[in-house]
Write a new protein. Structure first.
Lengths: 286, 395, 95
């Protein structure tokens, strides 16, 4: 067999905006990997691509929508979820995924996150957690582990971060999972399952950010952090949610799995039952 | 009476309710908002009426989410709106800019109250005029209407929806609490008599719309909707004609100019105003919203005193009817700008005239009494001559 | 940092190993997309890949097949899925 061959195109180029590749993410950044898993999941889940929409916020992860060849929206910081809410309500045929980062979804977007989960809005949220605000140079965020060094926590981050699976489960999300971007098979399968479910779904994906987080916190380059995931990741979907904090230290585990996979009526189910059914004589024509 | 989208007939309606009915008559299908006095009645009316006509009402967790949901719904094809007052309007500024940048048709109703900050929640003001034009960061044009009557709350809301669709821009209804909370006769015409404009749509099938943000002569690109197969990428970042983000000064300048120019070049289509007894006037009072009604009374009182005084009532605060001020400047000696703020429209007036501009101002809290305006008219009538050397400050 | 691949425990040999057909793969590279992250090289279960001595135009050493490993790719697809740059994939070839 001859050795490797050089190619011009990649099998996924059809679903990517290949004219915009290579993307802007750094060498060793995990976002491209997460994007690839999601692209495959979009193709494999059985939902026509014309009905799928991706909404992103601001940040490195927020650039993801711009590389996918489906209807995509790059919205304001923190507002991907309410924007997606508007889309989803105005056209219930749309299958809407919010693809954004820890800072965008959980800090400035935090209020929208918890309310959309409470409502059980029909949204699939992929939250890439790289523990910092990467796009703007590596500042702290609400998932930065306590003690971590960032440009705005030069003495070490004093606060305790969010435990995202616990937060989302408490808010009523019907599907809560966590993987690292090393767990590409599991991640893709989880993404397919999420796309096929209804209600508020949340997948936390850990990814290296060597420039913003890895190097300042002795996690090395992207490849080093991937090995860190390899050693420290543990699979336990039954574990108590309170124990799911991430410390990103040499001794601490990163527990992964699908923690919540349940059903409850979605926002639109409730709306039909409480509002439309009671409208005099039944719901009207638009 | 319910179930119909258009409640044709003669009614006695609260201004806020007339606004809501105007939205429905215009074809509104989506409302996302947050309760805030004195606009809450709009939300309450639409919470009741939208489900009756196949539309959707959702109360969001805050105004930031409300405006974001409005823009999202617009891109899914809805005629979307929200309603608020000053403090909420401030929160909506971020995504008002998003609506401009994404060219999403939408209507934002601001029933102004005493401001700044929490101010006077239940009492009137007119302090958000400049904010409507300049509140979001960057250069953008806004169309803003100032209803003075409950009938105008209905009529101008219909028009706002139509203009938003035609120009793919947010349009603001800048009412004040007096108009929002007063009850007057409103005549709603038959549905066939109400014009409904639609946003420009692509004329080519998916796969052939390669430059979704390229525009022809009127500078308004056709709008594909999410889910139609156009695979459109819509950016809040500066973007080129494909919609892709581009960090180039040239592309940025070109885009920002187009977004502004599409409104500016339609000035004469958009601008609207009323002139009362200005043909022989030596002093013209300029007032809008509820203050225009007080000003009208003050003008009549002044006429009784033998002064030749008229009234210019801007109906669009933006674009501001500057050309009318310019024309009047050729024959009047002075303007008196009466407003429930410390001189916001007065600044616009100053730009278009070299005549003295007198302010009749109050920060808000009640409908401006004519007794506040008349002395300024008298003063202007008595003192004004020649060109203005400097702005005469408000009392 | 040196990859600790060799320190990983090896799997036991399955009882039906003799009857199982192991696929064969051919590696395709898009050198200009590579950013030299090494995910594919480090995580290939057959250690088929290595850094090329040459660079792409951005200065990154893209992956190439190690000499002697041309027949070892089993089309597991891991490099395809782990690569953040859509710069490598395998195609199954008949053995």
């Amino acid at each position: 067999m001859p050795r490797e061959a050089v190619a011009d195109t990649h099998p996924l180029d059809e679903i990517l905006r290949a004219d915009r590749l290579p993307h802007i993410w750094c060498p060793g950044c995990g976002l491209g990997t997460v994007l690839g898993c999601f692209a495959r999941a979009m193709l494999a889940c059985g939902i026509p691509l014309d009905r799928q929409v991706v909404v992103s916020g601001i940040g490195c992860t927020g650039r993801a929508a711009g590389y996918l060849n489906v209807d995509g929206f790059h919205t304001t910081h923190g507002r991907a979820i309410p924007f997606a809410t508007g889309l989803a309500i105005a056209n219930p045929e749309l299958v809407v995924t919010v693809f954004s980062g820890d800072g965008d979804l959980v800090a400035i977007g935090g209020n929208h996150l918890i309310h959309a989960a409470r409502r059980n809005m029909d949204l699939n949220v992929i939250c890439v957690n790289n523990f910092n605000y990467g796009m703007t140079g590596g500042q702290l965020g609400p998932t930065t582990p306590q003690g971590a060094i960032t440009t705005t926590s030069p003495y070490g981050f004093p606060e305790e971060p969010f435990n995202l699976p616990r937060l989302l489960a408490a808010c009523g999300a019907v599907f809560v999972a966590r993987w690292t971007c090393l767990h590409v098979r599991q991640l893709e399968a989880t993404m397919i399952r999420a796309l096929q479910k209804r209600g508020f779904r949340f997948i936390e994906v850990l990814a290296p950010c060597p420039v913003g987080f890895g190097r300042p916190n002795e996690l090395g380059e992207g490849i080093d952090e991937m090995w860190f995931y390899r050693r420290q990741a543990d699979y336990d979907p039954q574990v108590a949610l309170e124990t799911l904090e991430i410390r990103m230290r040499k001794d601490s585990k990163i527990v992964c799995g699908v923690f919540v996979d349940t059903e409850r009526p979605t926002y639109m189910d409730h709306y039909r039952e409480y509002v439309l059914r009671k409208v005099e004589g039944g719901p009207g024509e638009a | 009476m319910k179930r119909r989208r258009v409640l044709t007939g003669r009614h006695f309606l609260l201004g806020d309710v007339a606004c809501a009915e105007g939205a429905l008559a215009a074809g509104c299908t989506f409302f996302a908002g947050y309760p805030i006095t004195p606009s809450t009645e709009i939300a309450e009316r639409l919470a009741l009426r939208l489900p009756e006509v196949g539309g959707h009402y959702i109360q969001m967790e805050d105004e930031l989410a409300s405006m974001a949901a409005v823009v999202g719904a617009s891109w899914a094809g809805a005629k979307a709106m929200t309603a608020t007052s000053g403090p909420g309007f401030s929160l909506m500024m971020e995504n008002l800019g998003l609506a401009v940048m994404m060219e999403a048709p939408c209507v934002v109703v601001d029933i102004q109250r005493g401001s700044p900050s929490t101010g006077l929640p239940t009492l009137t003001g007119q302090g958000d005029v400049m904010q409507a034009k300049w509140g979001s960061h960057g250069d953008y044009e806004i169309v803003a209407y100032a209803p003075s009557t409950c009938q105008e709350m209905f009529d101008l809301t219909v028009r706002a929806f139509n203009v938003a669709e035609r120009f793919r821009n947010p349009v603001v209804i800048l009412a004040d609490e007096v108009v929002g909370h007063m009850t007057e006769r409103v005549v709603i015409p038959p549905e066939e008599a109400i014009e409904r404009w639609e946003r420009p749509r692509p004329t080519v099938p998916p796969g052939e719309l390669l430059f979704p943000f390229a525009a022809d002569g009127d500078l308004v690109p056709p709008m594909p909707h999410a889910g139609e197969g156009y695979r459109v990428y819509v950016e809040s970042l500066t973007h080129d004609e494909r919609g892709y983000p581009v960090m180039s000064p040239e592309v940025h300048d070109q885009l920002v100019r187009r977004l502004n120019e599409k409104i500016r070049r339609a000035y004469h289509q958009l601008v609207d105003y009323d002139l009362v007894e200005t043909e022989d006037a030596e002093v013209v009072v300029i007032a809008y919203g509820s203050t225009a009604r007080s000003a009208h009374r003050a003008v009549r009182l002044a006429r009784k005193e033998g002064m030749r005084v008229g009234l210019l009532r801007p109906i669009t605060l933006w674009p501001f009817p500057g050309h009318v001020v310019e024309e009047l400047s050729a024959r009047v000696r002075a303007f008196v700008v009466a407003e429930l703020n410390l001189g916001q429209v007065a600044r616009e007036v100053e730009r278009f005239t070299d005549r003295p501009v007198y302010g009749a101002n109050h920060a808000g809290g009640r409908m401006m009494p004519p007794e506040l305006i008349l002395p300024r008219i008298e003063e202007a009538y008595r003192d004004a001559q020649g060109s203005r050397r400097r702005y005469t400050p408000a009392r | 940092m040196i990859s600790p691949a060799r320190s990983m425990p090896s799997v036991r040999t399955p009882l039906n190993a003799g009857g199982v057909r192991i696929p064969k793969g051919r590696v395709f590279i898009l050198p200009e997309r590579c950013k030299g992250c090494r995910f594919c090289i480090d995580f290939c279960p057959r250690e088929v890949l290595m850094e090329s001595p040459s660079m792409n135009s951005k200065g990154y050493h893209y992956p190439v097949v190690r000499p002697g490993k041309e027949e070892d790719c089993v089309h597991c697809g891991f490099c395809t899925v782990i690569c953040p740059e859509f710069a490598i994939y395998t195609v199954e070839v008949s053995p």
